[in-house]
Design a protein around this ligand. Structure first.
Ligand code: FMN
Length: 226
């Protein structure tokens, strides 16, 4: 049952560098997700802001287990900033926070300065990239989603495919639904370009299980400084 905060006539509103907050209370990043799981118990919109879990560009799987250890004085954790990536935040969590009237403060992660910048740019400009996608929910909660866009009239580029790996069938289901959606919306498309798997063994195996027609060589281009 949700706890309803008491009304007060005291104005606790603060302006944090241009972010209007109802009060100066926010959550510690990583301890509260984006608040969805807590909303049954506490009115998340009553917080000054929800500081969301650290988000990176393409999502990170986090560290290998064990990632948690008990100590006499508490718990040590080293999760490795596991997160589903900025597209999920933008498509699922931020709209949900907005729909309940909550204020969001986004915590950004990256391995390089450029990745930090790319995450922030993605947050600002995602709509302009003309991306479209699919989301699968189970029991009301998101379990898988995919995002992509046309790069030529005949090639649809799937930028992200994310699912909870422990939910059996979630990955095949989102891949199938995305392919169906592309077929329905863009009947002229002949190729699905399923992007980068970072060469990670599990992801590469999963992608090969779809018997791709072609694996493209990747190159990095660098512009020399003048
Ligand atoms: C389970 C867990 C997950 C966390 N995830 C993040 C995270 O995603 N990003 C981040 O900046 N900090 C993360 N933190 C750090 C907390 O935000 C941090 O502990 C909190 O701000 C309190 O600050 P302090 O530990 O310096 O006192 C995490 C902490 C815990 C316990």
């Amino acid at each position: 049952m949700q706890r309803i905060p008491k009304e007060t006539s005291v104005n606790l509103a603060v302006d944090l560098g241009g972010l209007a907050m109802k009060n100066p209370v926010t959550t510690a990043s990583g301890t509260f997700g984006a608040g969805m799981e807590y909303h049954d118990f506490v009115d998340v919109a009553a917080l000054g802001a929800v500081t969301t879990k650290g988000v990176s560009l393409h999502g990170w799987e986090g560290n290998a287990s064990p990632r948690i250890a008990e100590t006499p004085s508490g718990m040590l954790n080293s999760i490795g900033l596991q997160n589903p990536g900025v597209a999920h935040l933008k498509e699922v969590e931020l709209p949900w926070l907005a729909s309940i009237g909550a204020t969001a403060m986004v915590n950004v992660s990256g391995h390089s300065f450029d990745e930090y910048v790319a995450v922030i740019e993605a947050l600002y400009h995602m709509d302009k990239l003309g991306l479209e996608g699919a989301l699968i929910r189970a029991g009301g909660s998101p379990v898988a989603f995919s995002l992509g866009g046309l790069i030529t009239p005949e090639v649809f580029d799937v930028n992200f495919e994310k699912a909870f790996g422990d939910i059996q069938g979630a990955y095949p289901a989102i891949n199938r639904e995305m392919a169906r959606l592309v077929r329905a919306r863009h009947p002229q498309v002949k190729w699905l370009n399923r992007e980068d798997d970072l060469g990670l063994e599990g992801l590469r195996r999963a992608k090969l299980s779809y018997y791709p027609d072609l694996l493209l060589e990747k190159y990095t281009a660098r512009k020399p400084l003048d």
